[in-house]
Unconditional design. Sequence first.
Length: 333
Amino acid sequence: MWLPGFGVAAVAALLAWGIHLLFPAVPLLTAAVALGIIVAQIPAARPALSGVLAPGLSLASKRLMRIGIVLLGLKLSIFDIAGLGWVAIATTIAVVLLTFAGTYWLGRWFKLPGHQPLLIATGFSICGASAIGAMSGVVKAKDEETATPVALVTLCGTLAIGVLPLLWHPLGLSSLQYGHWVGASVHDVGQVVATAQIAGSAALAVAIVVKLTRVLMLAPIVAVASIVEHRKHTAALADGTATDTASKRPPIVPLFVAGFIAAVLIRSFIPLPEAVLDAADTAQTALLAMALFGLGSAVRLGALVKTGGRALGVGLLSWLLVAALAFGAVQLG
């Protein structure tokens, strides 16, 4: 039953790759999400998306997302992060935590429904739609709760590609400072590359290392969320509002989070052949592209409009918050 949707996700990933080749400024993963969102707005496609394609797209957006995040750990070396210096590491972590807390508060203040405040906070503070997919799996968020955060983080990440380069020189940043700012504020890794590459290879290198430092925060934040959900479920069992047969108890530490940490440790302490790293990078990109198409295909822009601009307001305010905090971090560094 999952094969048709899985196949469509694979074809969409290939199309996203083709778009990236034709327009290098468009990150491949951003193209994958955008294709999913576009297809979801076509009335003729909706019966298939909610019918025969649904099992495969669901499999892609959940299982493949988790495998891709595990492989993402192979991009991270503890020693590369340590090379930033303790000030840059501390300020990067502070930006993530303050953005997460501030965005979550904004989401609650704007009275967004369900898990949307948590998912938007995760996506904007860590690594975009990939982080949203990881968190939604842990808290068992509904597809409609996940769709709006994915649309917002894609929109704001795309805006960053066009806006941040225009502010580089007016803000008086050197190329390395600009790279640091991009890495600390832009959501998705591909969007970071697209935004930072105009300042040269040194700026791009700094941007990627800073960005991957933010990605490393995915493990503890998702693990904490999983512990909170586990305790909520245990309390619900105790007072009789839930049963083990009605809802599965979430793990204390999700398996994919443990796998992500293991991949980081392997990359840090075991010398891997370049061919292995290249193959893992290709597989990770392909898996995340398929997963993000699946997430994008659940987005209904009409539902986003019906929020009365509340969700869009939270997204734009969070985008400004992370950019301002990251700029402050650059000044301290």
